[in-house]
Design a protein around this ligand. Structure first.
Ligand code: NAD
Ligand code: TYD
Length: 339
């Protein structure tokens, strides 16, 4: 089988390619990626010499590039996106062009090439925010109510994917997952930023009161969920994927930051409260009972175990993140957090 992966040089895409090639060694992988600031081929050094793996540098907004590279693909797994909320507040246009425009180009091409499946990787942020005191969770029937340019652009892409299924019969599946963390995550997102800052003896920037809640999903658990959806998911269906195990309560950002302080061996003087993000969503939580019931998926370990593994990975891979934390990232960091 031949898989066409968009955004495979980014955080989740790279983890997915490594996971897939380990578990499906006979399959062929085309990694189609523009290599924006978030794309890093270092993430794939383990597989770059494999005859089953091919990298194509290309832009999902360009039909001619997509069409040539997608030729002969059985399955498309679409990860490519502008993915960081704070950047979407600085520059919304990039998000609309890539996340909405790029997805539409891919859908057209997938339709022409009669792929067997178009799997779209989306986010729980399309559903908007839950109240802090509530125990409500997002599920597949939750109405869309995005607040940031990022989540609005992902919502637009989700609607287009479903429209291509309803209008043209494209065989699609969609996953809406919660915040991922793990190896190879660009250190602009909370967990890798916090760990690498502490390893550089810098503070963790905590937005607002720090009482914001995310439903943390370890990236390998996410890859396994996508694998199950590709293998046994029903065409046309959406599956919500979350990381919090049954019976576990919410974890807010301050608690995440404090757990990381303990794992790195620093005290609370390394917390720095900074100005809040505009339109900051208070709480996300996912009800993943559908994917459990229909496909037998559930997260393997709980947050504390995965977080410990993740901190250990960043401690062991200083070369990787030091190289990433320079160049254009430095200019972004200064604009976002000041000097
Ligand atoms: P990322 O920012 O780490 O990687 C995105 C990749 O897409 C990069 O390699 C980049 O070079 C590539 N890309 C960007 N624009 C492109 C274009 N025009 N053409 C081709 N390639 C392009 O993102 P991620 O965290 O790996 O997220 C992957 C997907 O998962 C995204 O669609 C995101 O919305 C979704 N998602 C992410 C999370 C999360 O917590 N990271 C949570 C839910 C959903
Ligand atoms: P982030 O990792 O950017 O993911 P998302 O915005 O997609 O949920 O942020 C996760 C949470 O952490 C969110 O509530 C914002 C907060 N946050 C901070 O408090 N400080 C930071 O420096 C960053 C990047 C995020």
């Amino acid at each position: 089988m031949k898989l066409f992966i968009t955004g495979g040089a980014g955080f989740i895409g790279a983890n997915f390619i490594l996971y897939w090639m380990k578990n499906h060694p006979d399959d062929e992988i085309i990694n189609f990626d523009k290599l924006t600031y978030a794309g890093n081929l270092e993430n794939l050094h383990e597989v770059e010499r494999s005859p089953q793996y091919h990298f194509v540098k290309g832009d999902i907004r360009r039909p001619e590039e997509v069409s040539a590279a997608m030729d002969g693909a059985d399955i498309v797994v679409h990860f490519a996106a502008e993915s960081h909320v704070d950047r979407s507040i600085m520059n919304p246009a990039d998000f609309v062009e890539t996340n909405v425009g790029g997805t539409q180009v891919l859908l057209d091409c997938a339709l022409k090439q009669k792929v067997k499946r178009f799997h779209h990787v989306s986010t729980d942020e399309v559903f908007g925010a839950l109240a802090l005191e509530s125990t409500t969770k997002f599920n597949e029937d939750t109405p869309y109510y995005p607040h940031s340019p990022y989540s609005a652009s992902k919502a637009g892409s989700d609607h287009l994917v479903r429209a291509y299924a309803d209008t043209f019969g494209l065989p699609i599946t969609v996953t809406n997952c919660s915040n991922n963390f793990g190896p190879y995550q660009f250190p602009e997102k909370l967990i890798p930023l916090a760990i690498t800052n502490l390893l550089e003896d810098k503070k963790i920037p905590v937005y607002g009161d720090g009482l914001y809640v995310r439903d943390w999903l370890y990236v390998e658990d996410h890859c396994r969920a996508i694998e199950l959806v590709l293998q046994n998911g029903k065409i046309g269906e959406t599956y919500c994927v979350g990381g919090l195990k049954d019976g576990k309560g919410d974890i807010n950002n301050l608690e995440v930051a404090k757990k990381i302080l303990t794992l790195v061996g620093k005290d609370e003087s390394y917390l720095e409260y900074v100005k809040d993000r505009p339109g900051h969503d208070r709480r996300y939580a996912i009800d993943w009972s559908k994917i459990k019931r229909e496909l037998g998926w559930e997260p393997f370990y709980d947050f504390d175990e995965w977080l410990e593994k993740t901190v250990a990975w960043y401690k062991d891979h200083q070369d990787w993140w030091s190289a990433v934390k320079n160049g254009s990232y430095l200019a972004y960091y200064e604009k976002q957090y000041g000097k």
